[in-house]
Structures are given as C-alpha cells and as structure tokens.
Design a protein. Structure first.
Lengths: 264, 330
C-alpha cells in the first residue's frame, strides 16, 4: 500500500513569536522550527501500517519554503521512504483550500491509496486541510483518528469523540485520515536513521508538473485573508502575585488562598 | 435580496447542543446587521420537534431534513443533506459550532464550492456587507481578523462559549418545514460499528475539591511526578493533566482534563506549566478558584486564572509546598 503522509513545519512550541511590521503575520527569521505535533503521529501511523502489512511505501510530503526540508528529513530519519517538497514560490501563502488543492494533486499523481495528515497545524490552527482534501479527492475521511487497522482491504478506524467516547467504523480505501495526537508513541530518530535519510530521494514537483494552474494555489488562489493580527487583550481578571523571590510569592499566594478565596 | 444565514444544528439524544444555540446567537447578530434571515437545518430521521425548538429559540425558518439514514451521524449522510439545502437556499454564510462533528464534516461540504472554513472563531465584526471573523492562531497567542474573499456561501465555525446563547428568545415564532431528503445509501462510506466509552474511567476528578494538574511545561515524567506529586500531596489534591502529558504516557488518560477528557468543578484548581488551550480550558470553567503557574506571562491560562505566578515551576512549586506546610504548622 502506498501511504502519503502530509506534514507541516511550524514554529517550535516555545518560540517567542513577534508580529511583523504589516501586523498580519509573525516574523519568521530566527525562529526554531519543528514538525507539527499531530503530524509526527501521522508519520508514526504510516510507518506502523507499513510494518504491519509487511509491504508498501511511505511517502512524506510538505508544502513550505526551503527550511521545510528539515521537516522532511525528520520524517525520513524516522523511516519514511521518500520525500516530496512542494517548495515552488507559487505554492506559498494561501489558505487551507489552496494547500488542499496541492496535496490533492500530489495524492493523485502518486496514486496513494491512503493519505495521512495531522488534525490541526499548531500555527494557524485551521484544522480542516485533511477533510477539504478528502472532499476534493472524493474519498471518505475520518477526523481525529485514534486507531487504525487494515482489514480485508478496508480500514477499521477509531475516531475520538467528545467527553471520553470513541466511534469505531469501517471505511473503504482509498481514504484520508486525520491522525490525532496520542494515537501511538512516536519513535525517536536514531543516528542510523539520520544517516539513512541523507540517501533518500526528495523530489520538488512544480505546479505545472502536478497539473495545477497558479491562480488556484498559493497567495493568488487564496480566499482567506488576514486583515490584521494582534496580541489578545487580557480578557481575564487574574491577580498576578509579583515578587522577586519564589518563596515570597508562594507565601503571599497561600495567604490569599486561605484568607481571600478561602479554598484551602 | 435579504441575506440568509444558515445554521446547521447539532443534536444529541434528542437535544440541541448548546454550541448550536451559540451559533444561532452569532447568526442573529449577522442577520440583524444586514436585515437578513436566519435559517436552521436539522438533519435526523425525525427532525421536526428539534426544528420547532430551534424556531422558538430564534431561527426565522427551520428546515427539518429527514431520512432514515440520518438517524445517526455519518459525514456522507450529513454532507448530502446539507449540500442539497445550500444549493436550494443559497445562504450567504453557513455557521456551525466548532465541534468534532463540524470538523469531521463541514469541510467536505465547503470543498465542493472551493471554500475553506473560517474555523474556531471567537468573535465577529460587521464591516458593511462583509463579516470579519476573529480567530486565534498560534495557540491563541494572537487574535487575527479574518475574511473570506471568495463568493458565497462562506463557512465559519464558532468556538464554544464565544457567542453566549443566554439572550436568545424563548418564543421567536420561526416557521418549520419538513423536507424528505434523498440520500444515496451507496455513498455512505463510513459504516459505524459502535460508539463506546473509552475504557479507562479509573480516576474520577469530578468529585475532587482540589485538583493540581501539570502540563507539557513540566518537561519530563520525572519532573511531573516530583512537582505535581508534591504539591498535590501538600494540598490533599487529586492529580490532573493536560493532553500532551497523557499523549507522552506520563499519566493514563483517566487523568486528562478538557474536551477529550474530564470536566471538573473543584473549589481550587492549580495549573502548572499548562498554556491554557481552549480544549483544556473547557474542562476547568467550573472551578471556583484557579491558580496558574507558568513562565510565560502571555500564556492564555492567565485569562482564566484567579491568581497567577509568572515563574519556573521548578522554583515556584517547592516554594509553594514549603509555604503550605509552614501555614499548616501555624
Ligand atoms: C480535538 C482536540 C482535543 C483536545 N483535547 C484536549 C483535552 O481534553 N485536554 C487538553 O489539555 N488538551 C487537549 N487538546 C490539546 C490542546 O489543544 C493543547 O495542545 C494542550 O492543552 C496543550 O497542553 P499544555 O498546556 O500542557 O502544553 P503547551 O501548550 O505546550 O504549554 C506548555 C506551557 O508550559 C509553560 N512552561 C514551559 N516550561 C515551563 C516551566 N519550566 N515553568 C513554568 N511554565 C513552563 C509554557 O510557557 C507553556 O505555556 C486537544 C486538542 C485537539 C485538537
Ligand atoms: N503546508 C502543508 N504541507 C503539508 N501538509 C499540511 C500543510 N498544511 C496543513 N497540512 C496537513 O493538514 C493538517 C491540518 O492542517 P490545518 O488545516 O492547517 O490545521 C496538518 O496536520 C497537516 O497534516
């Protein structure tokens, strides 16, 4: 089975984010980048499926600038077989729909039976690309996948529901699954894996090669526009306990919890 | 022609979910600004009584979309029913609560017309003929004013709690019509086998008066056990966790607090190294007093907190344990 895993490179969780001059995005220079959290679980899921089936290919794909090559390298070092880097400037910018169009074209040209995505990119947080992709490909999809097995040419899938429930279902292939964080333990990259990744093939198909016209993708094709971005106004009523020393702050907090809030 | 705002209603066990009423409140805002009309859509095998309720609560017109295959949710069943209605009524906006169901299904509908979804919105501004929705990218570190520049229909989902439903009418008097929809049974590709509770119910945090929870900021299982454990012991508290802690297997799922874990209502909740993502926060809104300790002053958890200390958990927690013991000894 050929499995396409779509991953996005996002700023490191602890990155200090600064607004750009136009006030519509963040300054990208000097940030540390990592593979989006749920996408790491998607890569792990692809590798485990291939291992269980004893055959197949795991192709990992990212749309992003040159720096995103590192995200592919991480997935290749984990064990993915081959990479696709959608780095052409025409792909840049865009919204979940333009990204889904490009990923759909890759899935078609690769004839991938199974497409795995994460559930949500932790930067823009749209949480919809995999389902848009399924819509474009006219394939069934499951959002928030917490378990998957191949059974008689179909997939048996566990979907997370709210409030600690799950839905188990059968979904025919070809399909798209959005993998939820926590499905399996994600493997670490070994030194051997990192060395092996260097010899793996990474292609960079152009929009023309994928049969895409530039008005459907990237900044030209996008519909969603961010007019402005700003830090949130402090909405709460939090009383900050400001003291130079932790023990002073701690004593003050305990005092407030006892006398003011009366909760301890 | 007056603008139509379509709200797709979600229901569970014969009840309209609160989020759909919040979506109705948002839709009313748009409709009132534009002199438009709010239309509800309820998909079910028998949808009429829910449709009547939605019409009472503020929809001008509600369409009950009925078919035996809609007795339970499937993405393809809902997609067909709702896509058909969208084609018929040509709404300007399609709104839903940002729930698991909406995320599983709505992009299938929107993709058909090449539209993305303005997802997980926390507010709206009316700017003439257009609606500017507020989103919270980068884990709510920013608020983004966002528009869809494409042609209608536009799609948006709304974060839980962002559009309070408290002021909805009780007797709006909207009309109800029932449509027997056609569903192509062969196109229902997801065959649901069962819906079940996740096994691990061994920890019940809902009865605890004090809960101390730790997040990714604890850094490792060892630090989690040491710091969260010692503070919980000092306070006689139960131990909770954010999702990444459970995902990393520092603790079993039974300790998880939030939309995919437990909702708690303690007198005191202490969040250590937890950023305060909405999926976590929905689980703690019932707490009487919230204390947050986080080294990032901008962390959204402080918007929920009663008291906050900006600092490193490795320094603050031992000091707190000592201060509690000191106070006890007095
Ligand atoms: C469908 C869905 C369902 C979800 N359900 C849930 C759920 O039920 N419960 C849940 O919790 N999450 C849930 N999530 C995940 C949620 O979106 C967040 O990713 C998660 O809550 C973040 O956990 P965290 O705060 O521990 O980690 P992070 O967001 O990484 O935050 C860590 C925090 O620790 C702080 N920190 C770091 N080091 C230190 C230090 N030394 N001292 C003090 N502070 C420090 C950082 O400043 C940061 O604020 C769900 C997500 C999705 C998409
Ligand atoms: N630029 C991208 N390149 C590859 N995959 C992506 C990209 N953007 C989003 N995805 C996939 O779609 C999922 C959901 O993203 P989003 O809809 O942006 O929240 C991610 O977890 C990825 O699997």
């Amino acid at each position: 089975m050929k499995i396409l895993v779509c991953i996005k490179q996002v700023p490191d969780k602890d990155a200090r984010l600064v607004l750009d001059d136009a006030g519509r995005g963040i300054v990208q220079a000097d940030l540390n980048w990592e593979v989006n959290e749920s996408d790491r679980y998607a890569v792990e899921t692809g590798l485990r499926l291939k291992q269980t089936l004893g055959q197949g290919e795991v192709v990992v794909c990212t749309l992003g600038p040159d720096r995103a090559r590192k995200a592919l390298n991480t997935a290749l070092a984990m064990g993915a077989d081959r990479g696709i880097h959608l780095s052409d400037p025409d792909y840049r910018g865009g919204d979940p729909m333009t990204v889904a169009r490009v990923l759909a074209a890759v899935a078609r040209s690769e004839q991938a039976e199974l497409v795995l995505c994460g559930t949500r990119s932790d930067d823009e947080g749209y949480g919809q690309t995999p389902i848009l992709l399924a819509g474009l490909l006219d394939r069934p999809a499951v959002f928030l996948t917490m378990g998957v097995e191949v059974q008689d040419g179909s997939l048996k899938v566990i979907r997370e529901l709210e409030a600690g429930r799950q839905e188990e279902s059968i979904v025919p292939l070809p399909a798209v699954l959005a993998i939820q964080s926590g499905i399996y333990e994600v493997r670490y990259t070994s030194l051997k894996g990192i060395m092996a990744a260097k010899r793996k093939k990474v292609t960079q198909p152009t929009p023309t090669e994928l049969g895409l016209s530039s008005d459907q993708i990237g900044g030209t094709g996008q519909r969603i526009e961010v007019l402005s971005m700003a830090p949130p106004e402090a909405g709460g009523h939090c009383e900050f306990i400001e003291a130079d020393k932790p023990d002073v702050a701690a004593r003050e907090l305990v005092e407030k919890l006892r006398r003011e809030a009366k909760v301890i | 022609m007056s603008k139509k705002i379509l709200v797709v209603v979600e229901h569970e066990e014969g009840k309209i979910r609160r989020g759909s009423l919040e979506a109705l409140a948002a839709a009313r805002q748009l409709a009132e600004a534009w002199g438009g009309q709010v239309i509800g859509a309820v998909a079910a095998d028998q949808a009429t009584s829910l449709a009547e309720e939605f019409a009472r609560r503020g929809a001008d017109q509600v369409v009950a979309l009925e078919h035996p295959a809609l007795a339970r949710y499937t993405p393809d069943g809902y997609r067909q029913a709702i896509a058909g209605l969208i084609e018929e009524i040509a709404p300007e906006w399609v709104l839903m609560a940002h729930t698991y169901l909406a995320q599983d299904m709505l992009p299938l509908v929107s993709a058909a017309s090449g539209a993305p979804v303005l997802s997980d919105c926390v507010g709206v501004e009316i700017d003439g003929e257009r609606a500017v929705f507020l989103r919270q990218p980068y884990d709510a570190k920013f608020v983004a004013r966002t528009v869809d520049n494409g042609p209608a229909p536009h799609f948006a989902t709304l974060q839980s709690g962002a559009f309070p439903a408290d002021d909805l009418p009780e007797n709006h008097g909207g009309t109800v019509s029932t449509h027997a929809v056609e569903i192509d049974a062969a196109a229902l590709r997801r065959e649901v086998l069962e819906v079940r509770e996740v096994g691990d119910r061994t920890v019940d945090l809902s009865a605890s008066e004090v809960v101390v929870a730790g997040g990714r900021g604890l850094g490792s299982k060892e630090k989690f056990d040491e710091l969260v454990g010692s503070l919980a012991q000092a306070l006689g508290a139960a131990i909770g966790a954010s999702r990444p802690v459970v995902d990393s297997e520092w603790l079993p799922h039974a300790h998880q607090i939030g939309s995919s874990g437990q909702a708690i209502t303690p007198k005191l909740y202490v969040a250590l190294g937890i950023s305060g993502a909405i999926q976590h926060v929905v689980g703690i809104r019932g707490a009487q007093c919230i204390v947050a300790i986080n080294r990032d002053k901008e962390a959204p958890i402080f918007n929920e907190a009663t008291y906050g200390i900006v600092g490193d958990v490795a320094e603050v927690v031992p000091a707190l344990v000592a201060a509690i013991e000191e106070a006890r000894a007095q």
